[in-house]
Design a protein around this ligand. Structure first.
Ligand code: C5P
Length: 235
């Protein structure tokens, strides 16, 4: 409820116009799973996810990854560069989990020999179907040059975050990234959020989940799990 124009309201975030080139992104307490079929409001989830997301974006900015994150605004929102979104969800996987196990009948926890990069079309109505690189180019969702850049940035993000999290006893199992082209200068930027809503985090020793699987699978308290991740970060 800022005195700003609300441009878009998603399942977990609200996006306001901050100025011609910047957005204010507010993290909501709503949590959803299974494409919105399961839905709850969990006090403080927004604040925790904002903090975790800001921290990861700052780390990535420092490591030379261009992200939309500019600065924190308050405890549940940050200022970001305004981009034209590329309608793709990029999934990077280091271990088998979630839809990968379901799709291929693989046991959860199987460690991949190399990180797997997959794409989904960002479209709620269609249920975010998986899409191949060739279909992405055919449908002109982005250019080949940008697609290659997206793949290489996604792998770099995986290396940076996996290494950082390993130091605090967390396995980065998989995660989802989104990209956009900045309105100001058409620069390719990593956008959206990086939080327990969009990543799978397992304790390196117990394999316990500290992410949205706790909610998806009803296996504990979401705030306890998200607070555990937040507590391990070197903030
Ligand atoms: O469900 P699936 O196993 O494909 O998810 C892979 C990773 O991408 C998980 O970390 C999940 O939280 C994230 N994801 C997401 N948003 C989606 C789909 C997946 O953040 N729409």
């Amino acid at each position: 409820n800022y005195e700003l124009e609300l441009l878009y309201e998603g399942k977990a975030k609200k996006v306001y116009k901050y100025n011609n080139y910047k957005l204010l992104i507010e993290f909501k307490d709503d949590v959803t799973a299974f494409n919105g079929l399961k839905k709850n409001n969990i006090i403080n989830k927004g604040k925790i996810n904002k903090q975790i997301s800001s921290h990861f974006f700052e780390l990535l900015n420092k490591k030379g990854i261009n992200t939309h994150f500019v600065r924190d605004y308050d405890d549940k929102s940050f200022i970001a560069k305004w981009t034209n979104l590329i309608p793709l969800e990029v999934i990077v996987r280091n271990y088998a989990a979630g839809s990968f196990c379901k799709r291929y009948g693989v046991k959860k926890g199987y460690k991949f020999e190399f990180p797997l990069v997959e794409f989904s079309l960002k479209n709620d109505e269609l249920g975010d179907p998986m899409i191949t690189s060739e279909a992405i180019l055919l449908l002109k969702l982005t250019s080949e040059e940008i697609l290659n850049e997206i793949i290489s940035i996604s792998k770099k993000v995986n290396e940076i975050l996996s290494r950082y999290l390993a130091e605090v006893g967390i396995i980065l199992v998989d995660f989802k990234l989104e990209f956009g082209l900045s309105k100001e200068d058409n620069q390719l930027l990593l956008i959206d959020e990086i939080s327990p809503d969009t990543c799978r985090f397992w304790d390196a020793h117990t394999m316990e989940s500290f992410d949205k699987d706790v909610y998806r699978e009803d296996k504990g308290d979401l705030i306890t799990a998200y607070t555990e991740i937040l507590g391990r970060l070197k903030i």
